[in-house]
Design a protein around this ligand. Structure first.
Ligand SMILES: [Zn+2]
Length: 250
């Protein structure tokens, strides 16, 4: 089982984090490898085994894992001590200051985002696809960290994990127009008669607007659609599994 670490987060003593890959795991085609999603019609026993092995490898309590029913909205939920893992929340971002509560975001092209404030000891995960980015879920999560946990955005470390990049993210006329209406024309690239959307450049601009320090931001160089040997890509593979971003306060 292979996972990838963020350079920015790896030196932080009080957290455990990872972005998983397809490598390892027992899922069979078309989910081949380490699929962590239960909602994609993979065999439940295989997904359970993948989760079990990942938790053992990274050393976090699987029974406390918090994952989301991700809905491409902008609902952000604070996970408190009273959280019951049986009630998986319908949302696209989670925040907590509780130790030993692993937060997980699952993706296949959308951006899995991990956040950590080492001063206030607060962590968050965000699921950001086009809808989430257009709905500003990332800056909204940071604002909620400031409001509910008194974080200072200047202290927050952020990693954007592997996701579909503008090389592969072709969009139609309608989405191009929507991006222009939202003043994101800078993120539209034209190649012959086709348009490509650069979600990462929009995320970067949104982060600057909420005063995230450039040196506190890391962006994975991996495009999921260009690297299907390592990552699931919905665009490239259609029926496929999900890999994950995971973070926990120790
Ligand atoms: Zn690509």
């Amino acid at each position: 089982m292979r996972s990838i670490q963020s350079h920015l987060f790896k030196s932080q003593e009080n957290i455990l984090h990872a972005f998983t890959t397809k490598k390892g795991g027992v899922s069979q085609a078309p989910y081949t490898g380490n699929n962590l999603a239960y909602h994609v019609q993979d065999r439940v026993q295989n997904v359970q085994k993948n989760h079990f092995e990942l938790a053992k490898l990274l050393n976090y309590p699987l029974s406390k894992l918090v994952h989301m029913n991700q809905v491409h909205g902008n609902t952000i939920i604070n996970i408190t001590k009273e959280y019951n893992p049986q009630n998986r929340p319908y949302c696209d971002a989670l925040i907590t200051n509780q130790k030993n509560l692993p937060l997980m975001v699952m993706v296949a092209d959308c951006i899995p985002i991990l956040l950590y404030d080492p001063i206030k000891k607060v962590i968050a995960v965000v699921h950001a696809g086009r809808a989430g980015i257009f709905n500003k879920i990332l800056p909204k999560t940071i604002q909620k960290m400031q409001k509910d946990y008194l974080c200072n955005s200047k202290n927050i470390l952020i990693t954007l994990g592997p996701s579909i990049h503008s090389c592969c993210y072709e969009v139609g006329e309608e989405i191009k127009k929507e991006a222009e209406t939202l003043a994101y024309s800078f993120a539209i690239k034209k190649n012959k008669d086709n348009y490509f959307l650069d979600l990462i450049s929009i995320a970067k601009q949104q982060l600057l607007e909420v005063d995230i320090a450039q040196e506190n931001l890391e962006i994975s160089p991996y495009c999921t659609s260009c690297n299907t040997q390592l990552f699931y890509s919905f665009r490239a593979e259609k029926q496929c599994g999900r890999f994950a971003g995971l973070i926990m306060l120790k």
